[in-house]
Design a protein around this ligand. Structure first.
Ligand SMILES: Cc1cc2nc3c(=O)[nH]c(=O)nc-3n(C[C@H](O)[C@H](O)[C@H](O)COP(=O)(O)OP(=O)(O)OC[C@H]3O[C@@H](n4cnc5c(N)ncnc54)[C@H](O)[C@@H]3O)c2cc1C
Length: 328
């Protein structure tokens, strides 16, 4: 098997996001497993610096479409651009980070290419000479193993944290310009403006430390105690869905199947029971600490460290201990 593997990256203001680096790592691993070549694809405007960064990665090529018509993301133009580029190059696999943006345009791209789509893959293996992918189903309760049927490119989006961004292999890559008539590609909608979601910009998928708050906190007036712990750790606050539904924190802080998927180095879950819809969004965290007064809470099944106790006592004590340890 000798296959060309493309990795389509996502950037904002010229900065490649963490999940795209994870996708690069997946592409490198796939190329090694199938004896293929890994090539990155970068779309945007003013992305030369990002392209230069990619030139220092172990990739067979970096295809760059740097054009003012691609400054704003519009599904129409992205689909048309990728449809043309993939149609010409005919890669066997095209990997994407599984982000809100790719969720928006990938089904349409797959349809226009008549290609198989494997969304939210977490791993792959080569079996009987072909690649099979694992992906969560039924809200993360089970994993399906899937093999794409038919010929043509297989589009795969990779779940956050499935591959490690810091394991991307360094090397060199030639930058190649992807020249297409972008202006002729109808953007299918006009972007009138872009606004940050309420609560300010927060991308929990990039956070290294998260203090996650559950219904067990009792009420919003206890939030400053949780914020104090987050501040002591330099962490972001996250939450389970009931906390968001109660308006104790803004929606962009929700973690789980209908919120964000996070993979921080440290995840502290306080007053969270560990429902499957929450676990699916955080169980890829490197170290999980659970604080819960119920020793039988399911969160302890995924926790590396468990503290059975009242969070109103544990959290202030933890904050004080961290402050003492860090300030000497
Ligand atoms: C379609 C669908 C999508 C969903 N998506 C999400 C999602 O994205 N994210 C998500 O989180 N949920 C989601 N849910 C909801 C999910 O099923 C659970 O209801 C939710 O995760 C429970 O949140 P919780 O653990 O904070 O609350 P609870 O389940 O009520 O747990 C509270 C915990 O706090 C503990 N506790 C109480 N008081 C204290 C105290 N003083 N000290 C220490 N511990 C204490 C309790 O022992 C308990 O374990 C979804 C549900 C559905 C049906």
């Amino acid at each position: 098997m000798s296959e060309k593997i493309w990795i389509v990256l996502q950037q904002r203001d010229g900065k490649i996001n963490k999940m795209s680096w994870e996708a690069i790592r997946a592409g490198q691993a796939l190329a090694a497993a199938v004896g293929g070549t890994a090539e990155a694809v970068l779309l945007g405007s003013g992305v030369q610096e990002a392209a230069n960064e990619l030139a220092q990665v172990s990739l067979n090529a970096v295809h760059v479409a740097d054009d003012e018509n691609l400054a704003d993301y519009t599904p129409g133009r992205f689909v048309k651009t990728l449809e043309a580029a993939i149609g010409t190059a005919q890669p066997a696999f095209v990997l994407f980070p599984h982000t809100y943006q790719t969720v928006d345009y990938l089904p349409r791209l797959a349809q226009s290419l008549d290609a198989a789509l494997v969304p939210e893959a977490v791993s792959f293996e080569v079996a009987d000479g072909s690649v099979v992918w694992q992906r969560p189903i039924l809200g993360g309760k089970m994993f399906a193993t899937v093999r794409a049927k038919g010929s043509g490119p297989v589009l795969v989006s990779l779940q956050s944290g499935a591959y490690a961004a810091d394991e991307v292999e360094a090397g060199t890559a030639a930058i190649e310009s992807l020249s297409l008539d972008f202006a002729a590609m109808a953007p299918d909608r006009e972007i009138l403006g872009v606004e940050e979601a309420a609560g300010g910009e927060v991308d929990l998928s990039q956070a290294k430390v998260i203090v996650a708050v559950g219904r067990g906190i009792g009420d919003s007036d206890k939030m400053p105690t949780m914020q104090a712990l987050a501040d002591a750790l330099g962490a972001e606050l996250g939450a389970s869905r009931p906390v968001i539904d109660s308006d104790w924190l803004p929606r962009n802080r929700q973690i789980g199947s209908s919120g964000q998927t996070v993979t921080p180095k440290l995840y502290i879950a306080a007053g969270i029971s560990g429902a499957i819809q929450h676990l699916v969004g955080m169980k890829g965290s490197q170290v999980i600490v659970a604080i819960n007064k119920d020793a039988g809470a399911p969160i302890f099944n995924v926790a590396d460290y468990g503290i059975v106790g009242d969070l109103h006592e544990v959290v202030p004590a933890l904050t004080a201990a961290i402050k003492e340890a860090t300030t000497g």
